[in-house]
Structure formats: C-alpha cells, structure tokens
Ligand binder design. Structure first.
Ligand code: IPE
Ligand code: IPE
Ligand code: MG
Length: 250
C-alpha cells in the first residue's frame, strides 16, 4: 500500500538507486561478503514492487560498476554468476508484472558471454511491455558512458560545431531514458561513485544509512516523501514563487 501522505501527482518519473552496503551488512553478521550480495535480492524485488505500487515509470539500479573489477576475483566471479541467476530466475515474474527490462553499461567488455546472453533474452522477452522500465546498470561507469558516446559521435563524423548537449544525450547507452528525478544511495556513503554522471545533473539526491540488504519498499516511500518536500529550480526560480511575484507586480 502506498502511504496516504504521498502526493500521487508528484511521483518522480525516474528513480536511480545505488544499492550499496552489502559487504558491511554481511560483516556485521559474521557472514561472507557474498552472503550480503545474496541478501540484496529480496531488497531489490521488494523495491521493484514498491516502485510499481507508486507508479514510478523508470527505475534504474547500479548492480556492477566499471570500477568493481578491482574487487577480489572470487567476489567478481560470484557477482557475475549471481546476476546471471537472478535474470534467469526472475525475468518471468518481471514480465508478468509488465516490466520492460533494459541494461546500461559496457556489456561487450569483460562481461561473461552467458550473462550477456541472459541480458539479451530478458530484453527480448520484455521488449513490448508497457509498465515500468527497469534498467540494470551493469559494468556501468558514468565516465565510460561519456567516452563511449564521444567515440560514437566522432566515428559518425559529426562536425565539432554541430555537437550539442542533445547530440551527447542521443549517444548515451539508452537515449530514451529520461534523466533521473531522484537518486537514492544506501549505506551512509555520500558520493556518486561514477553513476549516471551526465544524467544526474539536476537530480534530487537522497542518502540513507540503511544498508542495501535491509532496504524495503517503505524506504523507497521515505525517499519519495523527502523528494516531494524539495523545490526543484533547474537554475531558474521556484515556479510557485515566480507566479506570486508576477501576480504582485501585474
Ligand atoms: C554494493 O555493496 C554491491 C556492489 C558494489 C556490487 P558493496 O559490496 O559495495 O558493500 P560494501 O560497500 O562493501 O558494504
Ligand atoms: C557503487 O558502490 C557501485 C554499486 C553499488 C554497484 P561501490 O561500493 O562500488 O562504491 P565505492 O567504492 O564505495 O565508491
Ligand atoms: Mg560499497
């Protein structure tokens, strides 16, 4: 159930999540770091349900960064296998919920073929769905995304003076993805860690101390509540104040 105090007309269109704190969650319990990743699955699917309840149109989650290759090989191997198994086990249920699945990141670089195949199958299966778009940022880096966009633009032979912000936007991994309205990071880390650098220029940022495996839809609702208390200006003036000012002077 969506809390009655949330304004259904001011739900963010796109929420981006940094699912952080799995390792610390496990360490606190004397478990292996990989047990923390495993425990994150329930958090993720409860959050997806909450996003569907709220009517969020785009949900993007950070599952593996281009920098996460620096982790010990065992952990990296676990994460590859785990993500492959999540897609295999969960895609039908997402499909039934009318969710459209997409991926952003350097899929063709270092990611095991089996996992890439699973990604393609998930995209194919859910391509025509009209509910929420659920994007997994995998082997994703914001700087890598900009580099890849610039390379594509240069390869197309676009003249330098014809390159605009819209040109770059069109060459990002998913040109259809709107910029996130809200970015949420768990685990009390106050940084971006190379996530959606271009796209979050004007996103509202919410940080929570909750470790990712403990995150549930209620925490998403809390973040949306905080979002609804913010005033977005995009470099201009608060629309409401602007209207009052004008009616006073007019
Ligand atoms: C987030 O949890 C998951 C990934 C980065 C894959 P971490 O593994 O970063 O957990 P902490 O930050 O070490 O607690
Ligand atoms: C960001 O978390 C990446 C993901 C959640 C997949 P990290 O745990 O990798 O970020 P840092 O290293 O603390 O900045
Ligand atoms: Mg971390």
């Amino acid at each position: 159930m969506v809390p009655a105090d949330l304004d259904p007309t001011r739900v963010p269109v796109h929420v981006a999540l940094v699912m952080d704190g799995n390792g610390r969650w496990a360490e606190q319990r004397g478990l292996k770091r990989t047990d923390g990743h495993a425990a994150g699955e329930e958090a993720l699917f409860d959050t997806v349900e909450g996003a569907l309840d709220l009517g969020i149109e785009w949900l993007t989650v950070y599952a593996f960064s281009t920098e996460n290759w620096k982790r010990p090989p065992d952990e990296v191997r676990y994460l590859m296998g785990f993500n492959e198994s999540i897609l295999r086990r969960r895609r039908d249920e997402l499909h039934e919920r009318n969710v459209r699945m997409r991926f952003v990141g350097r899929r063709g670089w270092r990611v095991p073929k089996r996992l890439v195949r699973r990604m393609d199958e998930s995209i194919e299966l859910t391509r025509a769905n009209t509910g929420m778009t659920f994007t997994i940022a995998f082997n994703y880096g914001g700087r890598a995304e900009i580099v890849d966009a610039v390379q594509a633009i240069v390869a197309e032979g676009v003249p330098a003076d014809k390159i605009t912000e819209a040109t770059i936007r069109r060459h990002l991994y998913d040109p259809e993805m709107p910029d996130p309205d809200l970015m949420v990071r768990t685990s009390g880390e106050y940084r971006i860690s190379n996530y959606l650098l271009w796209e979050i220029a004007y996103s509202e940022l919410v940080f929570t101390e909750v470790l990712w495996p403990d995150f549930r839809r209620e925490h998403l609702f809390d973040a949306v509540r905080e979002y609804q208390q913010r005033t977005r200006r995009f470099g201009g003036l608060d629309a409401e104040r602007d209207r009052k000012r004008r009616s006073r002077s007019g």
